[in-house]
Design a protein around this ligand. Structure first.
Ligand SMILES: [Fe+2]
Length: 181
């Protein structure tokens, strides 16, 4: 569920993340979520995410489609938002398609092909980060396998353009996201 972008919430969430990291003895990667009902707060979203990750000293799971969806629903510049995130903490990337309910309303369904703005943002992320391991999320409205493999190939091409790929950097399956996707 969305969290108010406040200093108090930063400390609350970061404290919880630190507890889990200590219990598991490993780092967590937190995902930038899509949300539809802003809960307010005195911080902007990118500042909030940066503050949580720095205070908890954890990593980032970068979902480029969530940035696209939020940038339309909450009216901000997706490229500027990407640049404001602590990208140096990125360990993994999510890519997906979404539903266009209206010109100013997108829903993060994982049920459509990846859209042009998400491809563009993915290329920009690779240009900054190199070929970070990437998951193509597709949860329903499954097309013929060939169409999914074309999207996988496009991910690989963008990764190769960013930097030579070493090993298998693409996972060819979709996972159900427990809460946020
Ligand atoms: Fe995701």
């Amino acid at each position: 569920m969305p969290i108010p972008f406040t200093e108090e919430a930063v400390h609350y969430v970061a404290d919880r993340v630190r507890q889990v990291q200590e219990a598991l003895d490993r780092r967590l990667a937190l995902e930038n979520v899509s949300y539809y009902a802003p809960l307010g707060g005195d911080l902007d979203e990118a500042t909030f995410i940066r503050a949580v990750l720095e205070e908890a000293d954890c990593d980032l799971l970068l979902d480029v489609n969530n940035i696209v969806v939020n940038s339309i629903n909450h009216r901000y510049d997706p490229v500027a938002f990407l640049g404001a995130l602590p990208l140096e903490r990125t360990r993994y990337i999510h890519l997906a398609g979404h539903e266009e309910e209206a010109e100013d309303l997108r829903v993060d369904t994982h049920g459509r092909p990846v859209g042009a703005p998400a491809w563009d943002l993915l290329a920009k992320a690779y240009a900054r980060l190199g070929p970070v391991p990437t998951l193509l999320e597709r949860d329903f409205n499954f097309p013929p396998l060939e169409e999914l493999l074309q999207e996988i190939d496009r991910i690989r091409t963008l990764q190769e353009e960013a930097r030579p790929v070493s090993g298998n950097a693409v996972e060819e399956h979709s996972v159900r996201q427990a809460a946020y996707g």
